[in-house]
Design a protein around this ligand. Sequence first.
Ligand code: GCO
Ligand code: MN
Ligand code: MN
Length: 387
Amino acid sequence: MPFTPSPSDNFTFGLWTVGNTGRDPFGEPTRPRLSPAEIVELLGEVGGVRGVNFHDNDLIPIDASPAESRQIKADFARALKRHKLKVAMATTNLFTDPAFKDGAFTSNDAEVRAYAIQKTMRGMDLGAEFGAKIYVFWGGREGTETDAAKDPIESEARFRRAIDFLCDYSRSKNYGYRFALEAKPNEPRGHMFFPTTGSYLAFIATLKHPGMVGVNPEVAHEHMAGLNFSHAVAQALAANKLFHIDLNDQQFGRYDQDFRFGAADIKSAFFLVKLLEDNAYKGFRHFDAHAYRTSDRKDVIEFARGCMRTYLILKDKARRWNADPEVRRLQRTIRRDNARLDELWSRYSATSAAALSRREFDRQAMAARPLPYERLDQRTMEILLGV
Ligand code: GCO
Ligand code: MN
Ligand code: MN
């Protein structure tokens, strides 16, 4: 059957995504809580998935005894083996426990900061035990409601010190982790530090080990900020910093929705898949989404299959778009290349600057050239709609 996923597609799900119980700020869970091994069973039933991701406490509850923790790990490892799933990414829960009510690395309390580093070191140990090579940092509580609370420059310095320390920890243990920093503008905090992927790209250059740190952009997070997600991802790709990606969907201007990939804005999803595929993105495609609160187990399975199926359909659409004769013809009209003109300002020299300042331009002729973007966009829509 076409559009059936296989492990080589590199699709992954977090334990917290398909394991989401449907609890929201207004209502109690609508689905039973599943153990990590049961979530792996569910993913096995979904079929075609490459791997699973976890926060330390998705796997081991924060107050588990050593014996409980051994049992959970053994059950989980057995389920992974049975369903041929790997652990792709690990991360730390630095947001659920009340100790983190004012942040983790950026907390105003030195004891909370040190505990957050310790918890992350242990989370890294746990991820490494299961073979994870990507470690995600999402600063869920790193931020403020009132800017009276924290000095933003000091907060950034604390966050930098944390990442530098943890990079050295990973190196000292030979874990081979690549860190992926995940930006979000708000929720749960009123204002989160590093609100966009672009903020993190700028921050990475200031780190002690910039080479081992990249980003984990998420569709919903840039859309919550009203931004174009593909543009953020493109900047990360161009900088060789797209280490991981969180796929889901989100209507602009709404609460944090975490919808099934492609559920809200199919055109943005198309250009995103096209960008990833045209640029041969090699990493995991993680669906950081969850099923509607109304879904039962059967429908959660449909949700997970839907994420992957939509991705594969859009991948096929991208191939059709690239090969479409009318798209190609329109592209030839739109792109007016002139290597000799580009050459004039590709590298500065006194001669080229002089040549460029002498050159006369025909403004009216430039302005009169056609740009049939309406036709191109309509053709895009027709390809997407299967016409
Ligand atoms: C969110 C985030 C999280 C992170 C996860 C990985 O909006 O809650 O997207 O799901 O991705 O904590 O670190
Ligand atoms: Mn999110
Ligand atoms: Mn995410």
